[in-house]
Design a binder for this molecule. Structure first.
Ligand code: DAT
Ligand code: MG
Length: 139
């Protein structure tokens, strides 16, 4: 059964460029409810841990540097079929391939600075949500 939560981050460029509101509005208008939300900054070590699954990829070092380069906004979002519906809302990893009207098409600057993260499975949505939020931060 498809789960009803996903995890997202608004990435450093989008935060720096004042797009927290615009991006969150797109999420809410697509039917997602904000369960938990915080602005924080990942250390290099924490960014490395979050993206550990990619550690053998050639872009891992750049990704860790980028994701720890400035504040991000972390969120747990709720909706039926959350993981898949959210991946559709954000669009392809490379914004050049993202569909019109998707968050990445509108806000991403490059493959690396692609505006938002979205979990790729129900299992990872739980793991990633737990990485940032305790039980008493979820409503
Ligand atoms: P997604 O964020 O769409 O789940 P992913 O999990 O494959 O994509 O990769 C995680 C992040 O790593 C991605 O959001 C941006 C960066 N990335 C992926 N592929 C890349 C590439 N070819 N060059 C540079 N950065 C890349
Ligand atoms: Mg991914």
């Amino acid at each position: 059964m498809a789960g009803n939560v996903t995890f997202t981050m608004i990435k450093p460029d989008a935060v720096k460029d004042n797009h927290i509101g615009g991006i969150t509005k797109m999420m809410e208008e697509a039917g997602f409810r904000v369960v938990a939300m915080k602005k924080t900054r990942l250390s290099e070590e924490r960014a490395g841990k979050f993206y550990e699954v990619h550690k053998e990829r050639p872009f891992y070092g750049d990704l860790v540097n980028y994701m720890s380069s400035g504040p991000i906004v972390a969120m747990i979002l709720e909706k039926d079929n959350a993981v898949l519906d959210f991946r559709k809302l954000i669009g392809a990893t490379n914004p050049a391939q993202a569909e019109e009207g998707t968050i990445r098409k509108i806000y991403a600057k490059s493959v690396e600075a692609n505006a938002v993260h979205g979990s790729d499975s129900d299992e990872n949505a739980q793991i990633e949500g737990d990485f940032f939020f305790s039980a008493d931060e979820r409503f």
